[in-house]
Structures are given as structure tokens and as C-alpha cells.
Design a protein around this ligand. Structure first.
Ligand SMILES: *[C@@H]1O[C@H](CO)[C@@H](O)[C@H](O)[C@H]1NC(C)=O
Ligand SMILES: *[C@@H]1O[C@H](CO)[C@@H](O)[C@H](O)[C@H]1NC(C)=O
Ligand SMILES: *[C@@H]1O[C@H](CO)[C@@H](O)[C@H](O)[C@H]1NC(C)=O
Ligand SMILES: *[C@@H]1O[C@H](CO)[C@@H](O)[C@H](O)[C@H]1NC(C)=O
Ligand SMILES: *[C@@H]1O[C@H](CO)[C@@H](O)[C@H](O)[C@H]1NC(C)=O
Ligand SMILES: *[C@@H]1O[C@H](CO)[C@@H](O)[C@H](O)[C@H]1NC(C)=O
Ligand SMILES: *[C@@H]1O[C@H](CO)[C@@H](O)[C@H](O)[C@H]1NC(C)=O
Ligand SMILES: *[C@@H]1O[C@H](CO)[C@@H](O)[C@H](O)[C@H]1NC(C)=O
Ligand SMILES: *[C@@H]1O[C@H](CO)[C@@H](O)[C@H](O)[C@H]1NC(C)=O
Length: 888
């Protein structure tokens, strides 16, 4: 049946009250497509004109009559296909936000991919030359290119193995029937399945087993639904509200190759400080600085290493960004807390939101002076509602916004007079707005919604003693002083097609928040550069990330900024890390977090990622938190964080959890240089530091859908218990030798599932992959500063041919530009161990000993050469400052 949808033409601005010109339009089935002509082919580049066939279908707007096709063989493994309006009015993702990769303009005969097209109706296909397999074929449906709607469909093989298209909490291997992935950044409390979440990463990996893996990245920031279904043959279809078709085809042929090739487009991830891998603690609802200090002291007393203490919006004066609550978080006490942390090799982080309270205070007044807040179409400043009540929002496109942001940071986070943070947490940057569209009365809405909420009563803290704090530590309530701040690039892209309905586009994406303007900035808001939120909404979080990184660099020019954001867009990993937002303390979210960290680390090039350990919303239980403490130790970013109404879930609250955390942190810290080496590798090459199983075993079909096990680095297989309160788990071991991390038992994997039983709540199954050499610190430590003073031990885990390799990257750990680094390669070949590479970073930490796991024994027998007469020959210390070899 053909559905005839009404279409509204010639509208600009909100539909409310306008006179609508209604016209019956035809259905998508009757869209005529385009015909190619005027083809120019100079080898590396192909250009053509695309002209609308008649008659137009005008289903969700007006069909554009004249398009251009531009194809570039950018490298041997990358093909760029761009279809855009001949007039070049349509918005294209700003270069300042997403710099384009340069093209090597290779000869098509050197490319792994081939582009072909049919002139009329126009369609194109991309094939892999080595197999002649079709990777993408747009003839599955006619191309629709309208003023407010784009449709591009590719046919796919049956039951394809697809991954990516984040951010979502759906299965790692995407559903292939009746499945819609909506991309429209959203404050998504509870991270529900099947909905659009905080970030936008329009890349998918299409894995075809032994015939290879490729990637397809659509550089488009508009809201869209991506449909995957098999109703009319298997297909994947983009349905976007605007922008252009800007596709990058990445040839692989291995999954890891696709990751590396995507890093060439989206940027390699930024290097993080060594201490960022320490354990972090936070909770929304730490009611005063005393409570924060108590948590620090309790960790210390429980002998659980706490690297970094965090504070949520509780510290602010009535939730206003760049202020301190004068009674609960008075400046002098916050400074004392930070001094205390720094004196104990610990760190401090607070949250910053983009929304600024619309009140007479400095952060607001400074922004008004620089005129950097987002404006209504009539020129007044747009007001929404966030935590502090009515709020305004920085326009990151304004050339003065960076200066504004830098100044607020320099003042409020001044090491001498302010809050001397070590890193930054940015939130609510989708951007979130509590006030539903059209938010006509923000003040009234805020009052009704209770924003800002009543702060907790000020407690009488006199006589309270906090272990470790100086005796002259003053109770709060004495100081009335609050800490207030005292104190481009127009036109790099087309700014958008005129005459669109920017509020109610005819095609409705499946935004879980309703209309696209709901609970965020209205989409008809124009940015300083002439673009509109309609086109740039999904970039807000990334732009705040970039500005925040610049602001931290302005504050401390030579230290690597650790920034954890909630909202992201493609390419965000080259600026910041990310946490997975407001999950819940439920087993489902414990399990799905594994797929989610793999997506960000291995597919999206944003490896500094973690879920809130023990869960944010709801109440954690002891067994859940114990399991999560051990799983979280293998997230790149490891932070326990709970919501306002949740019970406290610090690791010391329950005995089992405390023991689980001590064990897990000890393993994490001993492996810290191992994972840091992997981050360094990803930051230079794009090779992922976490690996889904099929990345290592792309031809093993059993591995394709595995989402509860992963490799931490290349070689540590993490296989957590997944069932509620359970102690057994069935784990998959590919056809490879493995070694139990805890016992060093050698296990011959055979591409099958094995049952592990009686796994205590304080432990987690870990296996080392045969063929690897793992550097570990000899002992863990209370902080990463102490950890760096520990010696190393080396574990050699030989494969079936009695060989192994590994590496170790060493540097000073924190400086943006390193004076000296070491890149050490380890190899083992039938008894001969060698250490080669570069040794620029001089260290006193030496190798204490080197152990061959399982020895040369065949079969399942465990045999270690530790303490044996031959092992004594390799007792250290062996210097890490030069080459070394030893024959076992
Ligand atoms: C791919 O197709 C071309 C042209 O038909 C043919 O020459 C080539 O042998 C094919 N390659 C493979 C791997 O089938
Ligand atoms: C497809 O999914 C939608 C939304 O989940 C559901 O309402 C609909 O019934 C499904 N259709 C089929 C054919 O399963
Ligand atoms: C979400 O998906 C998981 C599996 O990924 C499933 O176990 C769970 O029941 C789903 N939750 C809801 C609310 O649909
Ligand atoms: C994915 O597929 C599974 C199994 O068919 C189904 O239970 C689940 O609801 C689907 N999820 C989404 C988000 O469509
Ligand atoms: C860790 O140990 C070092 C060395 O003993 C000490 O200086 C530091 O204060 C300790 N830090 C914490 C948080 O325990
Ligand atoms: C906006 O979201 C609110 C809260 O979920 C909902 O009640 C309302 O219907 C939505 N409005 C629109 C226009 O989508
Ligand atoms: C969490 O526990 C607290 C304290 O027992 C209780 O007040 C609250 O309702 C619980 N929350 C949930 C979601 O169960
Ligand atoms: C798991 O253990 C927790 C706490 O001990 C308990 O509250 C919960 O009911 C248990 N779940 C099941 C399914 O037994
Ligand atoms: C190597 O050093 C570690 C850490 O000191 C120690 O636990 C282990 O027993 C040593 N192994 C050998 C073979 O000496």
C-alpha cells in the first residue's frame, strides 16, 4: 500500500501559527532517483553531475534537482564518495570540528576497492578487488535527496555481521531485522535499549569472516535513523534529516585494519596521563567537603588504593557553574582537601556543565559581555533550564567562546587561589535542557521542577575528626566567601539550505525525547557562524570537549589533560575520554558495559572509556558491586560513581567488595604499563587497545557475537561471571594456547566453550594468550606515583611453536611533549629471549626476573621455570635502559 504523506513546502521557522501550503506528495517508492552525466574521470578522482529524474516525489521536503558526485581514491585502502548539492548551500560538518583527512590521490588500479556506477537511474557500488565481493550497492533503492530528507540504501548479504553505529546499549553485533538506530544526542538517563543515547558515531564495521572486514563511515551530523532490515532483501538504509552524503569506505581487510583506517579519518586518540589509569571514586550527593574527605580517609583506612577523588555538582553554589557552595564547600576547605590529596599523590576532579545560570553573577555576566551565548531567532539570549534553574548556553561557534572558557577556567581553577583540579569532567553537553520544547516560561518551569533543588541542611561539624586531616581543619559554615570568577573561522562551510522547517521536519526520526528540539537547544537556534542547531546539534558535546581541552592547556600548558565527557561525536577520542553516562545498578548494565567499552575503544577510536562501576541509578547490591569492581578494573577508565538517591557504594562499604577491589586494583596496577603501552600504540597507530574476540580470530564464527569476553590489550582475555549472583561462567577459548593468569596453568583452547565453576566474588577469570610477553610491575602500590617506582617482572607465554612477542613503552607519564621515551620490544624464540628497541627513557626500575609460563612442556602440564636452576640465571636486576638477551 502506498502511504501518501502530506508535505509542507516553503516553510521557515516554527510551524506554529504559520499558514501551511499543503500538497499531496507521493510515497518514497515513487521517488525517481537521479541520472549521472558529464562524467569527468582523472583516475584518482571521478566527478559527475546528478540530475533529478522526473517527476519529483517531494515526500519529506523538496527534491533537489542538481547534485554533484565526487569520488576520490584517497589511499590504497580508502575510498571517498561524496554526493552534495550543486549550489553548495547544504551544511557539511565544519572542518574546524572534524578536519578532513588528506588524500594521497592514488591510482585506482592501486586501490583495494573499486567504485562503479550506473548512470540512470544513478546508483553506485563499491567492491573489494581481491574477492570481487560487493561491499556496498546503492541500487537497493533509489537515491532520495530532499531539502530535509536523505535516503541511501545498500544491499547486504544475508545475516550480516555488523558493529558500531553508536552510541547504543544494544547487542555488540547489531540486530539485522526490523532494527532502527537513531543518532541524535540525548540526555538518556538509564541508557535504555533501542534508543538514541549521548553520542553520535556513524561508522559501521561489516565483518564477512574469511572474505574480510570493511568499514563505512558517513560524515554527517544531522539527526538520522539507520534502518537495518530484511523485508526486501537484507539492507542498511540511512534516513537523514539533512546534510550531505559523505562516505568513507575503509577496505580492511582485517577488523584491526579497519580500526587503523578509521583512525586515519577520525584522528588517533589522544595520549592520557599515566595516573589517569588509577582508580577513581565519585558520587552525586556528597553533601559537603567533610563527606568527600571522609571517603578519601575511608579508602585509605580500608587499604584500597584511591588515585582520584571526584565531586559532582554538589560543590556548586546552588548548582551554578564556576561557583562553590560557601557553606558546604567553602574555598579554604576545598583547597585544604586538594592540598591533602596532592600531598598523598592523589588527584582531584570536579564536574563542569556547559549551561550557565541566567543570573547576575560573573560567569553569566562575562559571557554576556563577550556576547557568546546562544540566541533565539529574534536575537535575544535563549534561556532553558538545567540544574541551577534558568540557564544560557555557550555558542562554541563564537570566536570569543574559547577566550571566555579559558578565562573562567583560569580564574576558578587557579592553583594559587581557586580549586586546583588535576583533570576535568564535562556533562550535560548533548546539550541537555530540562525544559520541554518550546520552553516558553523557563522561570516558571524551573520553579515547578525544583531547580535548583534545596541543598542539604548544613551540618554541625564541630568536633568531627577526619583521619589524616590537619588539626586546624575548620568546620564549614564559617566562611561566607564564595568563589566566583572575578573577573575563527566564520564561513568555513556552507551554513545550510534556506527555507527549511527547522523545528518540525516532515520525516520524524525515532528520537526517544520526542521532537528534535525537545529537552535540548531548539533546532532553529542559529549559531554565530550562520549554521543552525538543526544541523550542528550532534556536535555540541565534541565542540565543548575541544574548547575544554584548550582551556586546560591554557591553564597547564605542558600537562596532558584528562577530560571525561558524556556527549561525543566521531573524532572525539582525539581530544577527550568518555564515560558511558547514567547507567543503572543492574546486572544487564554490568554485562552490556563490555560491548559499550569495546565499541568506543575498538570501533570509534575513543579508548579512554568506562561505565560507572557498580552502576549510577538504583541501588547496588554486594554481589553486583563485587563483580563490577573486578570487571571495571579492565575498563580503560575505572571509576565508581553512584546517583543522588542511591545508597553509598564505595568499595569499602561491603567486605566482599573491598576484597574484590583490592585484588582487582592490584592486577590492574601491575598491568598498568602494559595497557599504557597499548594506549600509546593506539594513539600513534590506531591499533585498538581493547580487542573484541573476532578482532583476533576474524575467521572463527563462534567469536563474531561474543560480547561478554574481550582482550585487555592484545593478550589478556577477560571473562567475567555474567549471571546475577552467579559463580559459574561458560567462556569461549579460541583455538590457541592460553595460560590461567592466577595459576599459570597452560590450557589448550579448542574453539569451544568451557565451564568455569566456583569463581569467588573477589576474583575474575583472566587468561594470557599464548605467543605473548607481558611486562608487569613486580608489586602493586597505593598510588600510581608509587607504582612507577616498582620493578618489573616479565612473563613469557609461548605459543604452540614456542615463540612469543611483547612490548613496553616508557615515558615520564604526564608531560604533553616527552623529552625521552623507550619503546622496547621483547621476543622469545625456542628458549632465546631478547630485549631490543630504543631506550631513551632512563629508569631505575629494573626487571626483577623473567618467567617462562608453562615452560616448554607439551600437553596440559603446568611447568614453571621459576626457582628452578635454569630460572636462577635470569633473576634480575636486568636494566631497562639497554638491550639484553638470555638463552633459557
Ligand atoms: C574479479 O573480476 C575480474 C573481472 O571480471 C576478474 O578478472 C578477476 O579474476 C576476478 N577476481 C576474483 C578474485 O575472482
Ligand atoms: C518492528 O519494531 C517495531 C518497534 O520495535 C515494532 O513496533 C514492530 O512491531 C516490529 N515489526 C515487526 C514486523 O516485527
Ligand atoms: C536490553 O537488552 C538486553 C540484552 O542486550 C536484554 O537482556 C534486556 O532485557 C533488554 N532490556 C530491555 C528493557 O529491553
Ligand atoms: C534485537 O533482536 C532481539 C532478538 O531478535 C530482540 O529481542 C531485541 O528486542 C532487538 N533489539 C532491538 C533494539 O531491536
Ligand atoms: C602512598 O604511599 C606513599 C609512600 O609511602 C605516601 O607518601 C603516600 O602518602 C601514600 N598515599 C596514599 C594515598 O596512601
Ligand atoms: C518532550 O518530552 C517530554 C518529557 O518526556 C514529553 O512529555 C513531551 O511530550 C515531549 N515533547 C515533545 C514536543 O516531543
Ligand atoms: C535505595 O535505598 C535507599 C535506602 O535504603 C532507599 O531509600 C531507596 O528508595 C532505594 N532506591 C531504589 C531505587 O531502590
Ligand atoms: C542477589 O543477591 C542480592 C544481595 O545479596 C539479593 O538482594 C538478590 O535478591 C539476589 N538475586 C537473586 C536473583 O537471587
Ligand atoms: C619474580 O619476582 C616476583 C615479584 O617480586 C616474585 O613474586 C616471583 O616469585 C619472582 N619469580 C622468580 C622466578 O623469582
Amino acid at each position: 500500500m502506498l502511504f501518501r504523506a502530506p508535505v509542507f513546502l516553503g516553510l521557515a521557522g516554527p510551524a506554529f501559527g504559520s499558514v501551511l501550503v499543503r500538497r499531496q506528495a507521493s510515497s518514497l517508492d515513487s521517488c525517481p532517483g537521479y541520472a549521472a552525466s558529464n562524467v569527468q574521470d582523472d583516475g584518482a578522482r571521478v566527478m559527475a553531475d546528478l540530475t533529478l529524474a522526473e517527476p519529483p516525489c517531494n515526500v519529506y521536503g523538496e527534491d533537489l534537482t542538481d547534485l554533484k558526485l565526487e569520488v576520490e581514491y584517497q589511499s590504497e585502502s580508502r575510498l571517498h564518495v561524496k554526493i552534495y548539492d550543486a549550489e553548495e548551500q547544504i551544511y557539511q560538518v565544519s572542518e574546524s570540528v572534524f578536519p578532513r583527512p588528506s588524500s594521497e590521490d592514488v591510482d585506482p588500479s592501486d586501490s583495494a576497492l573499486a567504485f562503479s556506477w550506473t548512470e540512470s537511474p544513478f546508483s553506485f557500488a563499491v567492491t573489494r578487488k581481491s574477492t570481487n565481493e560487493t561491499l556496498f550497492d546503492s541500487s537497493a533503492a533509489s537515491l532520495v535527496f530532499e531539502s530535509q530528507y536523505l535516503r541511501l540504501r545498500t544491499g547486504l548479504p544475508d545475516s550480516p555481521h555488523l558493529y558500531g553505529l553508536g552510541e547504543h546499549t544494544d547487542p555488540f553485533q547489531l540486530n539485522t531485522t526490523n532494527y532502527t538506530r537513531t543518532l541524535w544526542n540525548r540526555d538518556a538517563y538509564g541508557t535504555p535499549n533501542g534508543t538514541n543515547l549521548y553520542g553520535d558515531h556513524p561508522i559501521y564495521f561489516d565483518h564477512r569472516g574469511s572474505s574480510g572486514t570493511h568499514g563505512v563511515f558517513l560524515l554527517n551530523s544531522n539527526g538520522m535513523d539507520i534502518r537495518i532490515d530484511n523485508t526486501d532483501g537484507q539492507y542498511l538504509e540511512y534516513n537523514a534529516l539533512g546534510g550531505i552524503i559523505d562516505l568513507y569506505f575503509l577496505a580492511g581487510p582485517t577488523p584491526k585494519d579497519v580500526s587503523v583506517q578509521y583512525a586515519e579519518v577520525a584522528g588517533t586518540p589522544v595520549m592520557q596521563p599515566y595516573w589517569g589509569f588509577g582508580f577513581h571514586q565519585c558520587k552525586y550527593g556528597y553533601r559537603d567537603v567533610f563527606m568527600v574527605a571522609e571517603v578519601v580517609a575511608n579508602y585509605s583506612q580500608a587499604n584500597i588504593p584511591l588515585e582520584t577523588m571526584w565531586t559532582d555538582i554538589d560543590y556548586m553554589d546552588l548548582r551554578r557553574v564556576f561557583t562553590l557552595d560557601p557553606e558546604r564547600f567553602p574555598l579554604h576547605m576545598v583547597r585544604e582537601l586538594v592540598d591533602y590529596l596532592h600531598a598523598h599523590q592523589q588527584h582531584y576532579v570536579v564536574m563542569v556543565d556547559p549551561a550557565v545560570a541566567a543570573l547576575d553573577y560573573e560567569a553569566y555576566n562575562n559571557g554576556v559581555d563577550l556576547d557568546i551565548f546562544q540566541k533565539n531567532p529574534n536575537g535575544s539570549i535563549y534561556t532553558g533550564v538545567v540544574w541551577p534553574g534558568p540557564t544560557v548556553f555557550p555558542d562554541w561557534f563564537h570566536p570569543s567562546t574559547q577566550q571566555y572558557w579559558n578565562n573562567e577556567f583560569l580564574q576558578f581553577f587557579d592553583p594559587e587561589t581557586g580549586v586546583d583540579i588535576d583533570a576535568l569532567w564535562i556533562d550535560m553537553n548533548e546539550p541537555a535542557n530540562f525544559c520541554p520544547y518550546p520552553c516558553a516560561d523557563p522561570q516558571g518551569f524551573a520553579e515547578e521542577a525544583g531547580n535548583p533543588p534545596e541543598p542539604p541542611p548544613v551540618r554541625n561539624n564541630s568536633g568531627r575528626i577526619i583521619p589524616g586531616f590537619p588539626a586546624d581543619f575548620q568546620p564549614p559554615g564559617q566562611s561566607k566567601r564564595s568563589l566566583h570568577a572575578r573577573h575563527s573561522d566564520r564561513g568555513d562551510t556552507p551554513t545550510g539550505l534556506p527555507g527549511r522547517d527547522l523545528i518540525n521536519p516532515q520525516y520524524e526520526i525515532h528520537n526517544a525525547a520526542g521532537s528534535i528540539s525537545n529537552l535540548t537547544l531548539p533546532t532553529d537556534i542559529q549559531n554565530y557562524d550562520g549554521t543552525h542547531q538543526y544541523d550542528t546539534h550532534n556536535l555540541y558535546g565534541l565542540m565543548m570537549s575541544i574548547a575544554s581541552r584548550n582551556a586546560l592547556l591554557a591553564r597547564r600548558p605542558n600537562r596532558r589533560p584528562l577530560i571525561i565527557t558524556r556527549s561525543t561525536f566521531a573524532g572525539a577520542g582525539s581530544h577527550v575520554g568518555k564515560w558511558l553516562g547514567d547507567n543503572l545498578s543492574i546486572w544487564d548494565h554490568y554485562r552490556i558495559s563490555i560491548a559499550n567499552i569495546l565499541e568506543f575503544a575498538a570501533l570509534f577510536q575513543l579508548p579512554m572509556v568506562g561505565a560507572d562501576v557498580c552502576g549510577f541509578g538504583n541501588n547496588a547490591t554486594e554481589p553486583l558491586c563485587a563483580r563490577w569492581a573486578t570487571l571495571g578494573a579492565f575498563y580503560p577508565f575505572y571509576r565508581n560513581h553512584a546517583g543522588l538517591d542511591s545508597i553509598q557504594q564505595e568499595f569499602y562499604i561491603w567486605p566482599t567488595v573491598a576484597e574484590a577491589a583490592r585484588n582487582a586494583i592490584s592486577v590492574r596496577y601491575r598491568l598498568l604499563d602494559y595497557i599504557y603501552t597499548h594506549l600509546h600504540r593506539q594513539s600513534t597507530s590506531g591499533l585498538p587497545m581493547l580487542n573484541p574476540l573476532f578482532f583476533h580470530y576474524p575467521e572463527d564464527e563462534n567469536a563474531f557475537a561474543i560480547q561478554h569476553q574481550f582482550f585487555y590489550g592484545d593478550d589478556v582475555l577477560v571473562s567475567p561471571v555474567t549471571e546475577e549472583n552467579g559463580t559459574d561462567v561458560s567462556i569461549y577459548l579460541p583455538n590457541e594456547i592460553f595460560y590461567d593468569y592466577w595459576t599459570h596453568e597452560r590450557i589448550q583452547g579448542s574453539g569451544s566453550w568451557i565451564q568455569l565453576t566456583d569463581i569467588p566474588f573477589t576474583s575474575i577469570p583472566l587468561h594470557i594468550r599464548g605467543g605473548s610477553i607481558i611486562p608487569l610491575r613486580a608489586e602493586s602500590a597505593n598510588t600510581t606515583t608509587e607504582l612507577r617506582k616498582q620493578d618489573f617482572v616479565i612473563w613469557i607465554a609461548p605459543n604452540a611453536s614456542n615463540q612469543a612477542v611483547g612490548s613496553l613503552y616508557l615515558d615520564e607519564g604526564d608531560a604533553l611533549v616527552q623529552d625521552a621515551t623507550s619503546e622496547i620490544n621483547f621476543s622469545y624464540d625456542n628458549g632465546l629471549f631478547k630485549m631490543t628497541g630504543t631506550f631513551g627513557y632512563q629508569t631505575d626500575a629494573a626487571i626483577k626476573n623473567i618467567t617462562v609460563l608453562g615452560g616448554n612442556a607439551s600437553g596440559n602440564e603446568t611447568q614453571q621455570y621459576e626457582q628452578s636452576s635454569r630460572a636462577s640465571a635470569i633473576q634480575g636486576p636486568i636494566s631497562l635502559n639497554g638491550e639484553y638477551s638470555h638463552s633459557f
